[in-house]
Each structure stands twice: as structure tokens, then as C-alpha cells.
Design a protein around this ligand. Structure first.
Ligand code: AMP
Ligand code: MN
Ligand code: MN
Length: 340
């Protein structure tokens, strides 16, 4: 039996009750869950008569640029907010320039997050690694405190739930998650339309980016597969966004691989490291050791270049992690099927 609900700290209700002008800040280089949870919470709070402002340092990505409310995103909060909610992020620096400690230090800071690597930076927090998305937390929060979920809010919340689970395809999806998804559909979220928009279309630049990056694929005998997006590749493909359009998940699906990595060169010379692991392998601690964070199956970090040095460092750490993971092969058996 899967537990029905996640436990939501009562303290969050008191904090919301006291606030009137609430900034919701999500992480730099946002993904579908970052945008969906920010907007979902925004609509829930507005339903309570609060003013709520969605904030992100970086632009909304193509995958979710059709969501209601995306045009309201701003790079920093208004000066007179009385509450800051940080969402889908595990450390203060993930807010980037959107959080100015000098200007906001006196305002209560809440963190709602589901990363196992959370640093517990916020005085008031709900960190729940069991949640498959920050959006799932927004759903449980609204349900726990009887906050209404409008069809618009449900649409944003279901979108992040779907994107962080790659369309309900990750190994953490269970009966509870499906019940949440079902209820969001009942509340008015158009699941077919969301799936179509979030998963069945990509900018042509992403396809070109993949074509170029896949020409130089590296496969380590330990079961690590990796690719690189150089600045030159990104320019040639005409891809302006910082993300890889899902390339890292794609290469990690290769038979026999345990870990997939995409290294992306940033204009400032730093290197973005995006990692995925097959169930049974955990890349979150490697990401954390690199100064980043994430989940067991999906984690990342931004590290110093140059590219070759960064690659050597990360691949060495991953090999070390896999060497300590002798049980990996034993876990390959699948518990699907009956006992007839
Ligand atoms: P990505 O590979 O960018 O899709 O990210 C996978 C997961 O790791 C997401 O949950 C991110 O929030 C997290 N993550 C990625 N980069 C970082 C970073 N630099 N610091 C902390 N967490 C990160
Ligand atoms: Mn995210
Ligand atoms: Mn998330």
C-alpha cells in the first residue's frame, strides 16, 4: 500500500496566513517543475486573495513556454514583499541573482523542495525527497490546508509533475503519484494537451544539437556514456537555451549503461554537468560533491573549466562511485510479473 498523502508542516499555513505579498522564486535555468510549481503555487495563493509574484533569474524554457502566467515571470521580486517562497531548489545559490540577501534578508524565507541534497538553508522549510516534483508538494500543500485548486492551477501543477517524471516514466512513480495526477485531471488539467505540448515537440535547434553532439559520443567500459555540447556546437545548432532538450536522458537509455552525462560549455568558461542514472545507481552524491545537487536518478552541477579537466574530474568521480556499487548488477532483475 502506498501512502496516500505526504505530510505537510502546519507551520506553512501560519506563514501563508500572515503574508499578503509573496514572491515565489525558483531556480536558475528553470525546468518544467520549476516553472509549473511557481505558477501553480502563485494561482493557489491568489485564490486565497494574496498577491503573488513569480520570479526567476532566467527565461522560461520552450518546453513549458505555453503555460498560463509565464509572461508574469520577472528576474527579481518587488521591493515590498512580506514573504519569499523558494521552490524546487536545494540551496540558496540556486536562486542566482533573483535573491538579493541585502534587500530580502529581513523577509521570512521559506523553502519547498524535493531534492535529497537539500542544504536546509531556509529557516522555514518543507523538504520532501519522496515527492516526485515540487509540483507534487504544491498539490499536497493545497489539499492539506483546503486551498482551492482551480483548473489553471491544476494545469501548472500537473505539468511539473509530468516533466519531472518524464511523463510518469521515472522509477519513483507509484500509486500515490498516479492518484495525484488523476485528481489534477479531475480538477481540470488537460493531460493530453499538456503531454503533447511538453513532450511531443522540440525546437529544430534541439534536433540539430543532438545530431552534432551525438557525433562524439564517449562510452566508458564501466557503463558511463557521455557527450559534450561545446559553445561551437550550440552556435552551429542555433540553440539559445541552456538546456540539452533531453539529450542526457536519451543517451542514458542505451543498453548496458548505468550513468549518462552531458557536459555543456557555458559562455563564461564554466561547465554545466548534467547526469542521469539507471535505477539502483545514485548520482546525487557525486553532484553534491561537485558543489551541485539533485536526485538519485537525475542530478547536476556547474563546475570550473576548462572542459577537458572538468570531464576528467567528473568521469573519475563517477567511476569511483560505480566501483563502490558492486550490487548494481544484482539489482538488474525486474520484479515485474506474477507468482502464478
Ligand atoms: P538537469 O540535469 O539540469 O536536468 O538537473 C537534474 C537535477 O539536478 C534537477 O533536479 C536539478 O534541480 C538538479 N541540479 C542540476 N544542476 C544543479 C546545480 N548546479 N546545483 C544543484 N542542483 C542541480
Ligand atoms: Mn527543477
Ligand atoms: Mn523538481
Amino acid at each position: 500500500m502506498t501512502e496516500e498523502m505526504l505530510h505537510v508542516p502546519e507551520e506553512l499555513k501560519d506563514v501563508v496566513d500572515r503574508a499578503n505579498r509573496i514572491a515565489i522564486i525558483t531556480h536558475v535555468a528553470p525546468d518544467g517543475d520549476a516553472i509549473g510549481s511557481t505558477l501553480g503555487l502563485m494561482y493557489v495563493l491568489r485564490g486565497l486573495g494574496k498577491s503573488a509574484f513569480p520570479v526567476c533569474q532566467d527565461p522560461v524554457p520552450y518546453q513549458v513556454n505555453w503555460l498560463p502566467g509565464v509572461e508574469e515571470f520577472r528576474p527579481s521580486p518587488p521591493a515590498d514583499v512580506d514573504l519569499v517562497v523558494s521552490i524546487d531548489l536545494s540551496s540558496l545559490d540556486r536562486m542566482g541573482d533573483a535573491y538579493d540577501a541585502g534587500a530580502l534578508g529581513h523577509v521570512p524565507l521559506v523553502n519547498i523542495d524535493h531534492h535529497v541534497t537539500n542544504t536546509h538553508f531556509a529557516p522555514i522549510r518543507w523538504v520532501e525527497p519522496k515527492a516526485v516534483a515540487a509540483c507534487e508538494q504544491v498539490y499536497h500543500l493545497a489539499r492539506a490546508f483546503d486551498y482551492p485548486i482551480t483548473p489553471t492551477a491544476a494545469t501548472c501543477i500537473l505539468t511539473g509533475l509530468l516533466t519531472d517524471t518524464r511523463g510518469l516514466r521515472t522509477s519513483n512513480v507509484n500509486a500515490r503519484v498516479l492518484r495525484v495526477a488523476t485528481h489534477l485531471v479531475e480538477l481540470g488539467a488537460p493531460i493530453g494537451e499538456i503531454t503533447e505540448l511538453a513532450f511531443n515537440r522540440k525546437p529544430l535547434s534541439v534536433i540539430k544539437l543532438w545530431a552534432l553532439a551525438l557525433q562524439h559520443l564517449h562510452i566508458e567500459p564501466e557503463g558511463i556514456i557521455w557527450a559534450t555540447i561545446t559553445e561551437a556546437i550550440r552556435k552551429e545548432a542555433g540553440h539559445e537555451e541552456e538546456n540539452d532538450g533531453g539529450l542526457v536522458s536519451f543517451i542514458t537509455s542505451a543498453e548496458g549503461m548505468y550513468v549518462g552525462v552531458v557536459f555543456t560549455e557555458k559562455p563564461d568558461g564554466q561547465v554545466n554537468v548534467s547526469m542521469r542514472a539507471r535505477p539502483g545507481v545514485d548520482v546525487s552524491q557525486v553532484a553534491f560533491a561537485l558543489g551541485g545537487g539533485g536526485h538519485p536518478q537525475a542530478a547536476g552541477a556547474t563546475i570550473e573549466g576548462p572542459l577537458e579537466a572538468a570531464q576528467a574530474r567528473v568521469i573519475a568521480l563517477l567511476k569511483e562511485m560505480l566501483a563502490q556499487h558492486e550490487s548494481v548488477r544484482a539489482q538488474e532483475t525486474v520484479s515485474v510479473g506474477g507468482s502464478e
